[in-house]
Design a binder for this molecule. Structure first.
Ligand code: BES
Ligand code: MN
Ligand code: ZN
Length: 483
């Protein structure tokens, strides 16, 4: 999608859809340039009244222009108080509706909100999010056209905001595509190849096969991966900035390309969407994609373990005791609590690199979804400043994270009879005990864990996100990483 800045009078802007973003209670002002005698002649104001449209966030309606203005259709979208986040939400609705109508050219007009800098970027990001569909397996006739040209009307040109948005969108879209692809397409070897595809001047990529993983002592990744005909992969991407690095970050992702539960097999309902269980790795890959375009002054190591969790004669079993990369022995109480085993090896490896901070992302627990629903990422960290940074970056991006407690009081829940720890902590506080388990494999002082089990994959449309992968946290991570 190309972005153009247009400065002609709004009534003269040619587009499949012209979007008018209307703040609540400012209808007259917002319609001034388009509802005049030579245009809609007051009929738009009347239509708004009939449709009960007053500019509330998420309110919208579409009208044919009947030749009264140059655009073919007019979409009115509310933006409430007109905060950056409201403008973002309105742009998301515009992107979503435009895709439903197969609009190839869309013009966005904010009559009451002069956009600048960050808002321009946010609106492009949200429009792109809303315009996204995963329809490559649908017959041509059932696919809707994506927007090819997005015009920003009456906005002063800002090339930096556009390229920033384009990088974030490219990263997020890659993550969504990876999550949406069936597990027959995205499996450990193939997702490792996607990471390898990001190798370039500033990014190097190392991939370990199953033998190297076993020989290195990564018993968590080996154990979970051994039941599948698809062998596991361990991936380490490394980005080095051109100039001196302001800090050294490690990103870690859970890359379970399909989670059947293993011998602790999931019922069909719970298994249906488990191709999404590599969303953490997808977020890490997507972020590196964006990083390759943004060139931040930060050193980044990005790590994920890619495995398929399957039941077979070779599967790891309940009662097995895995020797992890860190040397710790973990007693297996449920083969469906596999993510923490894969992550534990990656976190121990990441810690060895001595970064200033480690952030991991994982569709780790159903308990996080029960606690916070599908919109919130559960954030765990002992570091107040790191938590604040991540919450702020999510807030700025229009994503949502909520800090959860990490109490030592619950450590007893993961104490094992024979090994050092076990891989389940019971039903109560399931997302917390999973985070506590992970914490035992991190030696870096600053560490945060993002349980994205809720927002990574949507069963039904939520705001301007269609069902399926969302690419959650890619944009937030990019903002957190900084320039
Ligand atoms: N991948 C799942 C968690 C999950 C659930 C992600 C729903 C996305 C949506 C994870 O591997 C899992 O199965 N966790 C178990 C842990 C339990 C066995 C201790 C869970 O949450 O039930
Ligand atoms: Mn599982
Ligand atoms: Zn899982």
């Amino acid at each position: 999608m190309s972005i153009v800045f247009v400065n002609s009078p709004v009534a003269a802007v040619a587009a499949d859809i012209l979007v008018l973003v209307v703040p609540q209670g400012k209808l007259a002002l917002a319609l001034a340039d388009i509802d005049g005698p030579s245009q809609f002649a007051g009929t738009l104001a009347a239509a708004c009244a009939d449709e009960n449209f007053d500019g509330r966030v998420n309110g919208s309606f579409l009208v044919p222009s009947l030749g009264r203005v140059a655009a073919k259709r007019l979409l009115l979208v509310g933006c409430g108080a007109g905060t950056a986040n409201d403008l973002r939400a309105a742009s998301g609705v515009a992107g979503f509706q435009s895709r439903n109508k197969s609009a190839k050219s869309v013009a966005l007009f904010f009559p009451c909100s002069p956009l600048a800098g960050r808002e321009i970027s946010l609106c492009i990001e949200a429009f792109s999010e809303g315009n996204y569909r995963f329809d490559k397996y649908k017959p041509e006739a059932q696919r809707k056209a994506a927007c090819r040209t997005l015009s920003l009307v009456g906005v002063a040109e800002d090339a930096a905001a556009v390229s920033h948005a384009e990088a974030l969108v490219a990263g997020q879209t890659l993550a969504r595509d990876l999550v949406n692809e069936p597990a027959a397409e995205v499996y450990p070897e193939s997702i490792a190849k996607v990471a390898e595809g990001l190798a370039g001047e500033r990014i190097s990529v190392k991939v370990w096969d199953e033998t190297k993983i076993r020989d290195a002592g990564m018993g968590g990744i080996s154990g979970v991966g051994q039941g599948s005909d698809r062998p596991p992969r361990f991936v380490h991407m490394s980005y080095t900035p051109v100039g001196p690095a302001t800090r050294h970050i490690a990103l870690v992702g859970k890359g379970v390309t399909f989670d059947s539960g293993g011998l602790s097999l999931k019922p069909s309902d719970g298994m249906m969407t488990m191709r999404c269980d590599m969303a953490g790795a997808a977020a890490v890959i997507g972020t590196m994609k964006a990083v390759s375009m943004l060139n931040p002054s930060v050193k980044i190591d990005a790590i994920f373990g890619a495995v398929e969790n399957m039941p077979s004669g070779k599967s790891y079993k309940l009662g097995d005791i895995l020797k992890m990369y860190s040397g710790k022995r973990v007693e297996i109480h449920n083969t469906d609590a596999e993510g923490r085993l894969v992550l534990a090896d990656c976190l121990a490896y990441a810690s060895q690199l001595n970064p200033d901070v480690v952030v991991d992302l994982a569709t780790l627990t159903g308990a996080a979804v029960v606690a916070l629903g599908e919109w919130y990422t559960a954030l765990y960290s002992r570091e107040d400043s790191l938590s604040a940074e991540l919450l702020a970056a999510a807030g700025e991006s229009g994503e949502a994270a909520w800090r959860m407690p990490l109490p030592d009081l619950y450590r007893d829940k993961i104490k094992a009879e024979w090994g050092e720890t076990k891989n389940t902590g019971g039903r109560n506080g399931g997302s917390i005990t999973a985070a506590l388990f992970l914490s035992d494999f991190v030696t870096t002082k600053k560490w945060a864990h993002l349980d994205i089990a809720g927002p990574a994959f949507l069963d039904s449309t939520l705001m301007h996100y269609c069902p399926g992968g969302t690419g959650t946290m890619v944009r937030s991570l990019c903002r957190w990483i900084g320039p």
